[in-house]
Design a protein around this ligand. Structure first.
Ligand SMILES: Nc1nc2c(ncn2[C@@H]2O[C@H](COP(=O)(O)OP(=O)(O)OP(=O)(O)O)[C@@H](O)[C@H]2O)c(=O)[nH]1
Ligand SMILES: [Zn+2]
Length: 356
């Protein structure tokens, strides 16, 4: 095997980057070839070239389909035949919920049944991994155009979770305590880095006070009043400092894993009356796209086997436990609600199963 040839993890990472660049990727399934590109990023010229053969499918998640009242035949996704003349902007209109209310009479849509939904499923997965709107254009082709990344379905399987490596750590005195260190972790699939803030010298022979915090640029950095992230972050660090030790894993899964651009799309929908869960669904995303197993792997690498986890979210507890980290205790982490975040916190409790 050619030592410079990308392995499966590296190929998927390339395909994800291509999607983000607006380049189609080639998906090969049982000898059939498809070009697949994320609608959000495709130019008119690339769409025209992809559709040169005359056939095309537009794939959306079932959640986006439900918003557009499109029938779903493939459980988690739907495929429709796009208008042969539709421009890049018109396709984007269809997939971007920010425009739904401007164009209330979209449709009727021509659903596609049969065929191979697995190709669409993989393409949607790549668009999500690139934190784009989960909507892809798929066009069958005869030969792979030069330079296009090729992924084969089935034969190689899909890559398992990439390893994550400790890169560096250094002392970082912070407001909560001068006794803090920042560790940086880097996944092998070229995705975003994650951090761990180690407070004091936690006793690893006992369950360690820990938190998995998900990035929230608006709350953590700007002090947004729409959520409780900033106050939770600082309360957690203060409690760890008061207890003499702890580890806060800072996962760069902004917006529950959909990225800041999509979170802001969701906020715009919330200003039109949708709640935090409904807004994600209208985008085509699940309400929570985070992978907490990353947190478990970071904790394991730091020599942590058991934790007292500061959270109100039972999913975090479950996912840590399935990854072999013992959650000896769940420590509630409440901050006083504000007029701006009360409704958001209520929806987390009623729809997302957050505990009191
Ligand atoms: N998509 C979306 N993400 C949001 C919204 N409000 C906050 N977030 C994100 O939600 C996440 C909140 O993370 P956490 O506080 O770690 O998680 P949690 O599920 O609330 O659980 P605990 O705080 O541990 O109880 C962050 O990634 C925020 O960016 C929203 O309205 N929509
Ligand atoms: Zn937040």
């Amino acid at each position: 095997m050619d030592i410079f040839a990308p392995n499966l993890t590296e190929l998927y990472a390339r395909a994800r980057s291509d999607m983000l660049l607006g380049l189609p990727v080639c998906l090969s399934n049982d000898g059939c070839l498809w070009l697949a590109g994320a609608v959000e990023r495709l130019s008119d010229a690339r769409i025209a070239a992809m559709r040169a053969g005359g056939k095309a499918e537009l794939a959306l998640t079932h959640l986006r389909a439900e918003t557009l009242r499109i029938r779903v035949y493939d459980n988690d996704l739907t495929r429709i035949t796009p208008d042969p003349l539709s421009s890049a902007a018109e396709l984007r209109d269809l997939v971007d919920p920010g425009r739904d209310l401007n164009r209330p009479l979209m449709g009727p849509f021509q659903e596609i049944r049969g065929g191979v939904p697995d190709v669409a499923r993989l393409a949607l997965r790549l668009a999500k991994a690139a934190q784009l709107l989960p909507a892809v254009l798929l066009c069958p082709i005869d030969t792979t155009p030069k330079g296009v990344t090729v992924l084969e379905l089935g034969s190689h399987g899909t890559p398992t979770r990439a390893d994550i490596r400790h890169v560096v750590n250094a002392r970082l005195p912070i407001t909560a305590t001068p006794a803090a260190r920042l560790h940086v972790f880097r996944p092998d699939d070229g995705s975003v880095e994650h951090y761990a803030i180690e407070i004091g010298q936690p006793d690893r022979t006992q369950p360690v006070l820990a938190r998995l915090h998900s990035a929230c640029f608006t709350g953590d950095v700007l002090g947004s009043l729409k959520c409780d992230c900033g106050p939770q972050l600082h309360a957690a660090l203060d409690k760890m400092a008061a207890a003499g030790g702890g580890i806060l894993v800072y996962l760069n899964q902004e917006g529950r894993g959909i990225g800041l651009a999509n979170k802001m799309r969701a906020y715009a929908l919330q200003d039109r009356g949708f709640d935090t869960v409904e807004a994600n669904h209208r985008l085509g995303y699940d309400d929570d796209e985070r992978d907490f197993t990353l947190g478990a792997r970071i904790l394991s690498q730091m020599g942590i086997r058991a934790v007292r986890l500061m959270t109100n979210n039972p999913r975090k507890v479950r996912q840590l436990e399935t990854q072999g980290i013992t959650v000896a205790e769940r420590v509630p982490l409440w901050t006083p609600p504000t007029a701006e975040n009360a409704a958001y916190l209520r929806v987390k409790a009623t729809k997302s199963g957050h505990l009191k």
